[in-house]
Design a protein around this ligand. Structure first.
Ligand SMILES: *[C@@H]1O[C@H](CO)[C@@H](O)[C@H](O)[C@H]1NC(C)=O
Ligand SMILES: CC(=O)N[C@H]1CO[C@H](CO)[C@@H](O)[C@@H]1O
Length: 176
């Protein structure tokens, strides 16, 4: 979430089409400590001198923070084995096995998997030639430069090394 406050939620592919999308507000149920949340998602960024002046329209955004203070107390336990997604316009929610990311009912890939989202993106930008996913993401040059600055700024501020997802999962080709 701290990263979303700099890069936006849209990811590299959508920056070919839209400006960064920042969270307006963030509400957490049964929050233990307001200060910890605010430090983790927003205030730490203020100390990242290494970020410098970001190229517009990127910025260090601070969402409004709220908690449901009368929410149920938090009992840490085993998380459920399923994951549900739904977006306005979808006829049905999609229920996934949270371990495999595949549909509970059919075992087929999720409508939110990288390949499905990449296919929709390719249609939107009228790509008809085969293109590797990682290359489409790399082509979002300003986004990638800001991301690189974010990673370096964290390291310089002694806040650790950003853990990247395995690069091989982005090495697939879409034939449209
Ligand atoms: C998800 O898939 C794994 C591996 O096939 C299986 O062991 C697990 O029971 C499944 N979870 C659910 C909630 O069905
Ligand atoms: C809110 C939610 O459960 N979202 C899940 C929808 O499916 C994707 C793809 O498997 C998951 O990554 C999300 O966590």
């Amino acid at each position: 979430m701290a990263r979303w406050n700099v890069l936006g939620l849209q990811g590299a592919l959508l920056t070919h089409l839209v400006e960064p999308v920042y969270l307006y507000s963030l509400t957490v149920g049964s929050l233990q400590h307001v200060g910890h949340l605010s430090r983790a998602v927003a205030h730490r960024l203020g100390g990242l001198g290494g970020l410098g002046r970001l190229p517009a329209p990127y910025r260090c955004h601070r969402p409004l923070l709220a908690c449901l203070c009368r929410g149920r107390p938090y009992h840490p336990g085993k998380s459920p084995g399923t994951s549900v997604n739904w977006t306005a316009g979808d006829a049905q929610p999609e229920v996934l096995n949270a371990t495999t990311g595949t549909r509970m009912a059919s075992g087929s890939p999720s409508r939110l998997c990288k390949r499905a989202l990449f296919t929709r993106w390719a249609k939107l930008v009228h790509r008809s030639t085969p293109l590797p996913y990682c290359q489409a993401k790399r082509a979002a040059e300003v986004y990638q430069a800001v991301k690189q600055r974010w990673v370096s700024a964290l390291r310089e501020a002694g806040l650790g090394t950003w853990v990247r997802k395995p690069p091989e999962q982005d090495h697939f080709l879409l034939c449209v």
